[in-house]
Design a protein around this ligand. Sequence first.
Ligand code: ZN
Length: 316
Amino acid sequence: MASVGLASPLLLAGAGSLSPAFAEQPTASGSGFEVKQYKFGSFKVTIISDGATVQEKPWETYGTDQPQETVKSLLQRNFLPTDRFAVSYAPTIIDTGSEVILVDTGFGESLRSGGAGKMLQSLRAAGYTADKVTMVVLTHLHRDHIGGLMEAGAPAFKNARYAVNATEYDFWVSDERRGTPAEANHRMVLSHVKPLAAKTTFLKDGQDIVSGITAIAAYGHSPGHTILNIESDGKRAIAMADTAVHYALNLQRPDWEMRFDMDKAAAAVSRKRVLDMIATDRVPLLGYHMPHPSVGFLERRESGYNYIPASYQFET
Ligand SMILES: [Zn+2]
């Protein structure tokens, strides 16, 4: 079980080593919450924000199979600091017209004192309320994706159904996680996800969640890590979840090992397959950990991909 660890960027780092990033930046709306809306066919996609954190020693997280200097020099080439890195968290609302679907929920109370857990406020800033959410899709069950399911011990989305990959759920609820590095996240799944089981659809690879949104297996980051293929009126996007976490390091060097990937070899295979599809099909990606507003494109390079943030492609 040694490979099972680091269930989320923050599980082992501990809240004490993190600091909020960007939280104080004013926004045009003055609400303090960056929200961004895009039209994909007849779907309205709204990127909300759970917050962002800063962590130290990037080489201990990305390119863990590479010399420290190699990681630092790639950061430098990307005009990034070499001693720290920011991670942002972008739950997404897909409004299909008949359903309001929230994809992943942020940290919730588990990191509210550490600069995250802002999903509900961000949701309201986007013009939604928690009781309008009809479905919550969980791409996987790490802490930064499930923490927002509960508030003060009660479901945060009282009118919602849920969907999660069956293998992912079975892994995390299992008693076999006790006494392993995965135990803390296991306990969080027991308190935040298991109580919702009666209202949950357990997904298989290739299963439609609603019309136009399909679950696709991309295992490795976690045992049932799932991405979403989103199609509406001939428009398509891929919600790649945690296929890549760092927009420069993971995308430019998809074969480098990443600390957060539970099965590193499988994650690298999935990463290369998914990124290749996004670049080849020239479809927009929604990236949970990509820099806000977390929508972009991939340009193929000699090694890996260059991230091109969306600008005005979706304006009509
Ligand atoms: Zn994550």
